[in-house]
Every structure is written in structure tokens, then in C-alpha cells.
Design a protein around this ligand. Structure first.
Ligand SMILES: [Zn+2]
Length: 147
């Protein structure tokens, strides 16, 4: 476990429109606004996504279990923005619901909006955090630089 303190920075309220790609657009906002660290929440619906629903087995490093969301689903999502190799890096988990089926997954690729998605991005400042490969786990995790 490791942690660092941070201060609240700016907040952004975003309306994503029909066919917008959530991941691409959050990266665009992070680049334009020079966001280095933030948490965000989304609600609405998306009509496709490539997600990881846990590992195939409980081993380290994990073997991701990929699934495709091919129909429109209601979503509730939470994610964060950090940087990796000086570029915005997202980690986004999402609950998908359609009729009586619910899944939760880590969105990796396409995430196209159906009708609208509403998003709150909360920036944090006075923190130096980067996403980097964690050799002990075989995944990228957050690392904090402290004075
Ligand atoms: Zn994840």
C-alpha cells in the first residue's frame, strides 16, 4: 500500500453525445486542460465496449478475460486519470445493465455513447502520481512521487 495527499483542483461537468467515444473524449479533455490526476464518474448508456471481466484464473500476472458489449446498456462508471509516459492514462470500471443482465468490467476499447452520458471529472493537484508497469503484478498501477 502507498498513498499521497492531494488538493482538490478544478471540476468539469461533461455531456457526451450520441456516438461519442467516452475514452477518447476524456483523454482529449485531459490533454486540453492539462489534467494530471483526476477521478471521474459517468452515468448514461453506451452501445458497445470491449471490457475485461476479471482474470481467467486467479493468478499473477493475470490473464484478462475479454468480453464485448454489443448491445446498448445502462451504465454507471468510475475511473481515474493519471499519466503514463507523459500522456493521459485512464482506468475505467463500468457496470452495464440491460434487461435482467448486469455485468461489471474494466473498459479497454470502444465505448460509444447511446443518447447521452453525463460525467463529472474532479481534478486533484499538488500530487505527483504516475501509472507505470508494476513488475510484481504484471499490470500498470499508480506510483506516487514524494518530496
Ligand atoms: Zn481495471
Amino acid at each position: 500500500m502507498d498513498y499521497a495527499k492531494a488538493n482538490f483542483g478544478r471540476s468539469f461537468i461533461v455531456r457526451f453525445d450520441h456516438n461519442d467515444n467516452i475514452i477518447d473524449n476524456i483523454i482529449k479533455i485531459a490533454e486540453k486542460e492539462k489534467i494530471k490526476c483526476a477521478w471521474f464518474w459517468c452515468l448514461g448508456a453506451i452501445k458497445n465496449a470491449e471490457i475485461v471481466c476479471g482474470p481467467v484464473e486467479t493468478v499473477v500476472p493475470p490473464i484478462p478475460s475479454y468480453h464485448n458489449i454489443l448491445e446498448t446498456n445502462e451504465i454507471v462508471a468510475v475511473g481515474n486519470i493519471s499519466t503514463q509516459d507523459a500522456k493521459p492514462a485512464l482506468h475505467l470500471h463500468c457496470a452495464f445493465g440491460r434487461l435482467d443482465k448486469t455485468r461489471v468490467g474494466c473498459i479497454r476499447k470502444s465505448s460509444d455513447v447511446y443518447l447521452t452520458v453525463e460525467c463529472l471529472i474532479m481534478e486533484f493537484t499538488h500530487i505527483d502520481v504516475k501509472r507505470m508497469p508494476n513488475p510484481g503484478l504484471g499490470i500498470n498501477t499508480l506510483f506516487f512521487k514524494k518530496d
